[in-house]
Write a protein of this length. Structure first.
Length: 372
């Protein structure tokens, strides 16, 4: 009994600190951008982890009836879904919560609650199937989170946010899979005293690093700043004169950066590099003979863009708008205009156009031609 007391006190202390840090993160994340979907997803995950820290306490699992544990187990298993949603929100500034996300969380939470309250410890023929599905949840959503991170990581132009995202995704996936393996190897899926303490210690270490790094991040580095538009692209059409060089807001301009800004403006506005379907930050940097990190910094800090695809689509939309407003191109199909501007299909073009103007391309054309 006396030997177990220090370990119990250590476990309780670690859980207390973890919960305090998670609540602090929830406060920080939700304070500045309470209406932003990314902030809401972050707050939901941190609060879900608080429930997980409480519900995975060895004494709680051993002494509290399973029926009472069911809600906490439901939230804990549902955190795998929340982590997937959280990663998508982190990597997409225009992320929006969809019915699919809610349905996935409800299905997983209901399955976990049912298993805890009814199936666990029973001789039901459904037990192997039901419990197997629950054990697959962390693996499935860890893979989905990794795919979401890998497919959009390079588009992020905010360097410090990119590094934080990589840490969160790698450690989050590693923690999820590691603890899944430990639970699979434990009797009845319960953690022993030592493994439970290691579990909360690992979670605390991850949360502590994230909290420390987020304190050093400006709010606009992590989430989009409300009401601050990025620089509007200018596209040279037909025989128009070339655009002026991009202005530098720095009191002491960097000549090398000025040259890169002029080259970028010429490549995008005059040479129309944005028309290339496979244009990436790496290929554009190669085209400009510039290091990728310098091009990222220029587009982010000087032009105000946080996402490379959004930057490129700005030029594509500018060309499409000019073509749709041109009376001489009134008979040109919208699809042709979209493909010429660099969009790969009509669907993404229509969505981007509606988001930028509030009108469909056809409505925009009709309005502009009527004004002319």
């Amino acid at each position: 009994m006396s030997a177990a007391l220090p370990s119990t006190l250590l476990d309780a202390a670690l859980r207390g600190v973890a919960i305090a840090l998670l609540l602090l993160l929830a406060l920080v994340l939700g304070r500045d951008r309470p209406r932003l979907p990314a902030a809401r997803a972050s707050v939901a995950l941190t609060l879900g982890l608080c429930v997980q820290v409480i519900g995975s306490t060895p004494l709680f699992e051993a002494l509290v009836p399973r029926l009472w544990q069911a809600p906490l187990v439901a939230v804990s298993v549902g955190n795998a879904v929340l982590f997937w949603v959280f990663v998508q929100a982190l990597f997409h500034d225009d992320f929006a919560l969809r019915p699919l996300h809610v349905a996935a969380w409800v299905a997983v939470a209901a399955l976990a609650a049912f298993n805890c309250a009814v199936v666990a410890g029973s001789a039901s023929v459904l037990a192997p199937i039901s419990m197997g599905l629950q054990r697959a949840v962390p693996l499935v959503f860890a893979v989905l989170a990794a795919l979401a991170a890998a497919s959009h990581w390079r588009e992020d132009l905010v360097e410090r946010r990119r590094r934080l995202r990589v840490f969160i995704v790698v450690t989050g996936i590693g923690y999820s899979l590691g603890m899944l393996a430990v639970r699979l190897a434990s009797p009845h899926g319960r953690l022993s005293g030592l493994s439970a303490t290691v579990d909360v210690a690992m979670l605390l270490a991850i949360v502590a690093v994230v909290a420390w790094r987020m304190v050093r991040l400006a709010g606009s580095d992590l989430f989009p700043a409300a009401g601050v538009p990025a620089a509007m692209p200018v596209v040279v059409l037909e025989d128009a004169p070339p655009p002026e060089a991009l202005p530098s807001p720095d009191p002491e301009p960097d000549p090398a950066e000025d040259r890169l800004a002029e080259s970028l403006q010429h490549a995008m506005a005059v040479d129309r590099a944005y028309r290339s379907e496979d244009l990436s930050i790496a290929s554009l940097a190669t085209r400009l003979s510039a290091p990728e990190y310098r091009l990222r910094r220029l587009i982010n800090q000087r032009l105000g863009h946080r996402n490379f695809n959004a930057f490129v689509n700005g030029f594509r939309l500018a060309e499409a708008m000019a073509a749709l407003a041109d009376p001489g191109k009134r008979d040109l199909p919208v699809l042709t205009i979209a493909l010429t501007a660099g969009f790969q299909s009509i669907g993404p073009f229509n969505r981007a156009f509606k988001a930028a103007t509030g009108l469909t391309p056809t409505e925009f054309r009709r309005q502009k031609l009527a004004e002319s």
